[in-house]
Design a protein around this ligand. Sequence first.
Ligand code: NDP
Length: 257
Amino acid sequence: MSFNINSFKLEGRRALITGSGQGIGLELARGLGAAGATVVINTRNIDKSRAVAAQLRDEGLKAESVAFDVTDREQLLAAINTFESDVGAIDILVNNAGIQRRAPLEDFSASDWHDVMRTNLDGVFHVSQAVARHMIARGRGKIINICSVQSQLARPTIAPYAASKGAVKMLTKGMCAEWARHGIQANGLAPGYFATEMNRALVDNQEFSEWLCKRTPAGRWGRVDELCGAAVFLASPASDFINGQTLFVDGGLTSVV
Ligand code: NDP
């Protein structure tokens, strides 16, 4: 069989992106939608989820919505099972929802630690398990876990975030180990530094910004649309023999010291 450029297309596929009301998740929804997928917007609020999906339909994309909190196992199981039976199959899952908390490690509160772990790590487990059970029954599926340069590199004040994202990178390999035989490919997509709400404090910090631009071989912050090519690739049949990997989209940051 020879290579077909159409293997990058996502027509006829449905992609659920968690935490896609704003930021990277919303831009990934636009990217997957532009490649032909029907995208499913998820936020914790039903009205917001519907409004964002309506906005994407106004932009000419195919968009649906489902509301759940990635930390609420019972709620998300019910929402995903109902969506699968009433609306249709989720072919692609992007685990994007995530939070950041900053404090020196010796002062980091136990409740912030649990919030970071529950959202960034437990959430990936709960949502992936709920969706993968349906994918396993169908014998195919794509899972993209949003990791981070902090899956590999630590920084002061965000040790719990780095621990959570490092764990997501390993959970991705675990998904590969157990679900590859069911036709599922699970890969990580690790963004470098992108100017979103999560990074507002860093964007506003001129000293940090100057350091980052010197530290990054590309010499600049990333633009969220620059994550879409990698997401489309990992969601498409073009990557069917790639599994358990984490692709860094970071302007070269993790390749140099
Ligand atoms: P934002 O803060 O802009 O977006 C995060 C999204 O996650 C929000 O829409 C938020 O919803 C949602 N979310 C948070 N908690 C939950 C929850 N319990 N259930 C459902 N949704 C939830 O951040 P980014 O767009 O920057 O980050 C997206 C992902 O990318 C995260 O996993 C982050 O760790 C990762 N990342 C970001 C980088 C960057 O440079 N920006 C770099 C590397 C990784 P709500 O609005 O309701 O809070």
